[in-house]
Design a protein. Structure first.
Length: 81
């Protein structure tokens, strides 16, 4: 009987904890995405500097990466408002 009462009273707290965990996971994914894009940009720079890709290919990659990175940054700004 005591366990049933405990479960009833603690259920809202468990729900809040689960929600907080989901928010933390999403935040972590967002940061990982940003870090991943920064790594991709660095990789493209290294490939260009070592003449493994042309300047045109580098610009193409850089533009695509920067668009995605700016979208993440903008989403963070909107989320914090």
């Amino acid at each position: 009987m005591a366990f049933l009462v405990d479960d009833i009273f603690l259920a809202p707290l468990k729900g809040i904890k689960a929600l907080a965990n989901q928010v933390a996971k999403l935040g972590s994914r967002e940061l990982d995405s940003e870090s991943k894009l920064q790594s991709e940009l660095l990789e493209a720079q290294m490939l260009f500097e070592s003449d493994e890709i042309t300047e045109e290919e580098y610009q193409k990659r850089e533009d695509a990466i920067m668009k995605r990175l700016n979208a993440i940054i903008e989403a963070k700004r909107e989320k914090s408002k």
